[in-house]
Ligand binder design. Structure first.
Ligand code: DX5
Ligand code: ZN
Length: 242
């Protein structure tokens, strides 16, 4: 499958995206190569700034190394950061294929919560357009407490919508079932070239529910990397519902 068309014209659905947050960081290249060989479609890279979420994880340098080590891999970067704009150029330069940012920093700014101000002219569409202009597929993420209507007006400019099924920050949290009501309303509004991703608490036991709710890109960290290597192909297959 070509990296350029993996999201817009996928050869198969759903796509399975192991989140490398639960990989063994000391063996990262081997862990990534192994899950791709075990049937994964893309690598999900969770970037946290210690401000928007209470954890610090990985950044552009890791993406640069993965791009070099795995030239064919689709690198799906999910940025949980207060200022998404700041990270567009670094991740584009590093070789990311998609860049998914959160709606909440924009809402915070408009609500005047006192968070650090984002740069002049910041808005969701402009960020998506800048991401696309830098050769990446733009994605928009929404956390569990945020009403789904909040993102309707922005969906058309995205390649990917990400509905979070945990409050982001850590892998291994429990799946929040309530979010499934959001995905139906979103999937009705998507074109065939747009993907609906879900992230957080997904495992073989609840994957059918996620797929039935219209999601076609399933992210999983602990369900895949928490298992021994020889079981991971089976987990990926079970997530896909093959
Ligand atoms: C949540 C991250 C997720 C997380 C998923 O903060 O965005 O991608 O790593 O982990 P699991 O699948 O273990 O819930
Ligand atoms: Zn994620």
């Amino acid at each position: 499958m070509s990296r350029d068309t993996l999201l817009t014209k996928p050869g198969r659905l759903p796509l399975i995206a192991p989140s490398i947050l639960s990989a063994d960081f000391a063996r990262m290249g081997a862990e990534c190569a192994h899950v791709l060989g075990a049937g994964a479609d893309l690598l999900h890279i969770d970037v946290m700034d210690g401000h928007f979420v209470p954890n610090v994880t990985m950044g552009p340098d890791l993406v640069r190394c993965l791009r070099r080590a795995l030239p064919e891999a689709f690198l799906d970067v999910h940025i949980m950061v207060t200022d998404p704009e700041q990270y567009i150029d670094p991740f584009a330069d590093a070789g990311a294929d998609s860049l998914t940012f959160h709606i909440e920093p924009v809402l915070d700014r408009h609500a005047g919560t006192g968070r650090a101000p984002l740069s002049e002219g910041y808005d969701v569409r402009a960020v998506a357009e800048r991401i696309r202009a830098r050769g990446m597929a733009p994605g928009l993420a929404i956390n569990p407490p945020i009403p789904v209507e909040t993102i309707f007006e922005f969906i058309e400019v995205m390649d990917l919508v990400l509905v979070m099924s945990v409050n982001p920050g850590f892998s291994g949290q429990a799946f929040i079932e309530d979010v499934l009501s959001k995905t139906r309303t979103i999937s009705e509004r998507l074109r065939p070239d747009q993907r609906l991703q879900m992230d957080g608490g997904i495992k073989p036991e609840n994957a059918a529910m996620v797929r039935d709710a219209g999601c076609d890109v399933l992210v999983a960290a602990s369900a895949i990397f928490g298992r021994p290597e020889e079981e991971r192909a089976g987990v990926i297959e079970a997530l896909r519902g093959a």
